[in-house]
Design a protein around this ligand. Sequence first.
Ligand SMILES: O=C(O)CCC(=O)C(=O)O
Ligand SMILES: [Fe+2]
Length: 354
Amino acid sequence: MEGSKLIINRDIITEAAAMAFADPNLQIPDRYDRSGEVPAGAVVGGGDDESYELPVVDMARLLDPEHREAEVAWLGSACQSWGFFQLINHGVDEAVIQKMKDNTVHFFELPLEDKNAVAVCPDGGIEGFGHHFRTSADKLDWAENLIVQTQPIEGRKLEFWPSNPPTFRDSIDKYAMEMWNLAMQLLGFMASDLGVEQETLLAAFRGKRQSMTLHHYPPCHHPEKVIGIAPHSDGFGLTLLLQVNDTPGLQISKDGRWHPVRPQTGAFVINVGEILEVLTNGHYKSVFHRVVVDTERGRDTIVVFHDACIDGVVKPLLELGEARYHAIDRLEYSKGHATEIFSRGERFVDTLKK
Ligand SMILES: O=C(O)CCC(=O)C(=O)O
Ligand SMILES: [Fe+2]
């Protein structure tokens, strides 16, 4: 299968990296110094600029027949204009969320040696503990990440699922199931907004890959020199993000400026991936975002990605009119998107536009 392998490079976390992360006063090692990239783009906020709140969608209203229509329209407008929204009253089992958060914090606090028990493999596989994806400039993000595939179950590689803390695997399993159900529920409402049969949209996701990335962004006394996660748009269909603590950092690109997300306690941040943009024939937008690092406080996030395609092909739903994107084989799409990650340039889906 050598020919079909994706070129996604992830570096292991070395002792030197762990030391740099642990001591915010140390000089930034060269591979993390991205002074030239960080200031790119103005950031909205401060003072009287209050116009940037990310839309908040209320699941309780989506489920209430009296408010459903208005809330579905609101959800749709958020996906069209922002490609992002926060979700409150989501109904996800709080005990499962808390356990997942606790395990995540616990895991990242372990000594490096223990975390490296599930280290990424040097052969270029995606899963495991290590740095996020390397860019063409050979620079690294200021973060530690654990990536595992959670669905389909037969595709799980348990050797990358930490057994320390001991409840972690069980937490990941339960959390993945909750996120699957939430994703399906949201996609159902998106289908209503788009005016297509629910099953038409859901079928594109059913049985496809679900993966999880846990991010830990250590604090850094020179946040202007480092990047928590470089600007990118998500390569899968739908992303569900949970902040473990209330440290800010996520910024969304809109109208040429970066909009910081104010973390709402207990809310999920949901965003449209490039494949959902194509499925919706461009009605929904997959938007560039990045993470900046905090001076004093670390930040942990739990992110779940849901893949989608139609008969092995990434293409717009037939029901949504004349296709505005070229159809592309799912594997070719992955290769194209990997190039986007690598070069951090244009969105890959833009190359598919007719
Ligand atoms: O940690 C975050 O806030 C963003 C993570 C993210 O963008 C991703 O995993 O694709
Ligand atoms: Fe992302």
